[in-house]
Structure formats: structure tokens, C-alpha cells
Design a protein around this ligand. Structure first.
Ligand code: ZN
Length: 418
């Protein structure tokens, strides 16, 4: 059976199951006038279905605890229940059946294999095995046959000792932590020469050209980005040695769409196309989601990669939630930061966008605060205009004057908007 007919069959089966087992989807599809599963068609007609939003899952779980009306199983059938951090609301429970757990492990095995990890290779990881889905990735290292050396979160001393004594070929952590480790190692005179791969994920930054270059120089190693999405699957995308975007690791189990975040219209998956990623679980048992809006804005490639893989590739551009529209042009604060970073060391890399108007739509010039040397202000403005196709008003500010964060730095500030 071809991949297309296989995924289409799974999709039809999943829809029929959700009508039976998920009150949330029965009502949601019925509310959209889709009361008959036969009328839904196959994957080619998926755009008929309404989207699923994260807020709906929270509301569903609050109204029908503990798993929510969207869950398609009784809690006794769950093999594991993860939860989200709850930074933007109450923690959301994410149940997995035994088959779901096995599928996540296989997705993770593919992702980390794509990064080039192989049997016998030593890898130090900094993920916690706590409540969050990232812990599910740990099983992937055993599935590959790696020599897995977990050192946990935020224990830089233990990590550097492991690098010195065990000489791992790979380290997996967040991109900002990777930079911190390199700085501490340099200050302490610890050699990082054994490390050939830095596998980064869990936050944006790993895909930004300037930041990657900085990491690769600091470590003398190659950067490989990975990306998961808690509600869909851990370690879902992984970059290969060609370093040409992250490959998709769940082709036969999860359907990916690209949409225009403003209109919701489906966009063709083609080389260079950009839009928001939308996911549908074709084979998830515990809490399958249909057309889940990830809020991740990405550029995609469908042509075969230099590594020989033919799976879809992506590079994240930013969060749809942070997007501005400047006279019809989509602007992502993280993309602005990436362009500004090209001017290092004359800039620190920190920026802040301070829109003049409330809301998404802005008139040029868009104020962009840049930490650095005033001599590069005009050159930065020119580079932003030619790369991102909007006119900024670059305001140079003193180094270290913009807010810092050890988690996720804010790049948008509406305090002067009227
Ligand atoms: Zn590749």
C-alpha cells in the first residue's frame, strides 16, 4: 500500500472512532454541520474540518475532568499521563496509551537518528524525566543503541565533568543552555573537543543563522535542531547532517498542513512556502487531535534532501501569535533578531520591537530597538528593508539595557502603542 492510501485509510478510521469515542469532536463536527462521518471524505477533503485550538482543549478538560471531552479513552486505558508547564493557564494533561508511547519512541528514534546519532555513540542529555513530554524522548536514545548519559536540568558542573571524563560525541540541550555551557567551559578551561554534535530544541533559536554560527564556533561542533510539540508528539522533527531544515519523523501517523494564519486557508506544501503548521493525528489512541493549530510559523521544503530522505522539511520562523503585519508584509520579531545578529560584534544581538499601534496591523516605520554601536544603525535598517521587506525605525540603545530572561525572552513591547 502506498503512503497516501495508508494515511487516508487511517484518517477515515480515526474520524469514525472520534464520532464514537470523543464527545468533544462529535459536537464540534456536528456544530460545523458535519453530522455524518461518511460525508467527511478522506484526507484530500480535510479542509472541510474545523481547526482545533489549544484553548478549546483547556476548556474541554476544565469542563470534563480529568482528561476532557476530547479524550477518546477511559483514563484506565492510559499508560502514561504527561502535563504541560501551565505557564499560560492551568496545566493540561496529555494521556498516552501503550501504543501511543511506543509510537512516540519510534518517532524519537527516527528524529535522533536523523541527527546522526548511532549505536555506541555517547550522548549527554539535559532533559528532565519529570512531568513534561520531553521526558518521552529519553527512550529514543536506548532505541538507537546510544550510550545515554543523563545529567538532568541545570547542573552545569555535572555536565562539564561528564564531558571531561566520558568524552561524549553529542550533547542535547536547549540552544540558550548550549551557549551558556560553552561560556562556562571557556572560563574554566574545559575542552569541548570530543563533542561533534550539539542537538538543540525546546525553544526557538536553533534555526537562527546568526545564533547557530555562534554556537558552532563556541563548541567547534555542528548544530542539529529538533522540534516537538507537546499536544502532538515529542521529538517530531529532526535535522540531518545536510543541515537544510528539520525532517518530519511521523509521515505515516501524523498529517501536516500549512495554512495562512489570518484567513485559515490551506496553503500548498511547496519548496519555500511559509505558513502556520497544523497537525492531525491519524493513529493516536488516547487524545487524537484534528487540524490542531500549532501557532508555529514555518518555511517548508518538499524536494528531496541531499541526505537522500524525501520527508517534508521545516525551519521555524516564529510564533504566529507574535506576528505583525506591516503594510501587508508578515513580520516576525525572531526574524528581525536574526537579521540584526548579522551585525555582531557591533550589536549584542538583543532587540525589542515597540509597535506604535495596538494590534497586529502596523504602519511603517516600525520601531526596532537594537543594543549596540550607533555606527551600524543605518546599515541595519537597510538590511532589514532588503531582507524582510518592511521599513524599520532602528533606535540604537546601550548594551545590556533591554530586558533579559533565562526562559523565553520577550521581543514585543506594546507599552507605547496607542
Ligand atoms: Zn536531510
Amino acid at each position: 500500500m502506498s503512503l497516501n492510501s495508508q494515511t487516508d485509510a487511517l484518517y477515515r478510521r480515526q474520524l469514525a472512532r472520534l464520532y464514537d469515542c470523543s464527545a468533544f469532536y462529535r459536537e464540534k463536527l456536528g456544530g460545523a454541520g458535519l453530522t455524518d462521518v461518511a460525508a467527511l471524505g478522506g484526507l484530500a477533503d480535510i479542509a472541510r474540518l474545523p481547526f482545533t485550538e489549544k484553548d478549546e482543549l483547556r476548556a474541554s478538560q476544565a469542563a470534563r475532568p480529568p482528561l476532557g471531552a476530547h479524550a477518546a479513552i477511559d483514563i484506565s486505558k492510559a499508560a502514561r499521563i504527561y502535563s504541560t508547564s501551565g505557564t499560560s493557564g492551568a496545566p493540561l494533561y496529555i494521556p498516552l496509551t501503550r501504543a501511543d508511547v511506543e509510537q512516540w519512541r519510534e518517532i524519537g528514534r527516527r528524529t535522533y537518528s536523523c541527527n546522526g546519532l548511532g549505536a555506541g555513540e555517547r550522548v549527554v542529555t539535559t532533559y528532565g524525566a519529570g512531568p513534561f513530554v520531553a521526558g518521552a524522548s529519553l527512550a529514543a536514545f536506548e532505541a538507537i543503541g546510544c550510550v545515554h548519559i543523563p545529567v538532568g536540568v541545570g547542573n552545569t558542573e555535572r555536565l562539564l565533568t561528564a564531558i571531561q571524563k566520558l568524552a561524549p560525541e553529542a550533547v542535547a540541550c536547549t540552544p540558550s543552555y548550549a551557549l551558556h555551557i560553552a561560556e562556562v567551559a571557556a572560563a574554566k578551561g574545559v575542552s569541548l573537543a570530543a563533542v561533534k554534535r550539539i542537538i538543540v530544541g525546546g525553544e526557538p533559536g536553533g534555526g537562527e543563522e546568526g545564533f547557530r554560527g555562534k554556537l558552532e564556533t563556541a563548541w567547534g561542533a555542528k548544530v542539529f535542531e529538533i522540534m516537538g510539540i507537546g499536544d502532538i508528539a515529542a521529538s517530531l522533527w529532526g535535522e540531518c547532517p545536510a543541515q537544510a531544515g528539520m525532517h518530519f519523523s511521523a509521515e505515516e501517523w501524523i498529517h501536516v498542513e500549512l495554512i495562512d494564519p489570518q484567513s485559515g486557508a490551506a496553503l500548498a506544501l511547496a519548496d519555500g512556502a511559509t505558513g502556520e503548521l497544523v497537525y492531525t493525528h491519524l493513529a493516536r489512541e488516547a487524545a487524537p487531535l484534528l487540524r490542531f493549530r500549532s501557532r508555529d510559523h514555518a518555511r517548508v521544503w518538499t524536494s528531496p534532501c541531499a541526505c537522500g530522505r524525501t520527508s517534508l522539511r521545516v525551519r521555524c520562523i516564529g510564533r504566529t501569535d507574535d506576528m505583525l503585519i506591516v503594510r501587508g508584509v508578515n513580520v516576525f520579531p525572531s526574524a528581525v533578531r536574526e537579521v540584526v545578529a548579522r551585525f555582531q560584534p557591533k550589536v549584542t544581538g538583543a532587540i525589542l520591537i515597540r509597535p506604535k499601534r495596538k494590534g497586529v496591523k502596523q504602519d511603517p516605520p516600525l520601531p526596532v530597538l537594537v543594543e549596540g554601536d550607533s555606527s551600524v544603525g543605518e546599515a541595519i535598517a537597510k538590511e532589514i528593508r532588503s531582507t524582510l521587506l518592511f521599513t524599520p525605525e532602528v533606535r540604537i540603545v546601550a548594551p545590556q539595557s533591554l530586558p533579559r530572561s533565562d526562559y523565553k525572552v520577550k521581543l514585543l513591547d506594546y507599552s507605547e502603542a496607542t
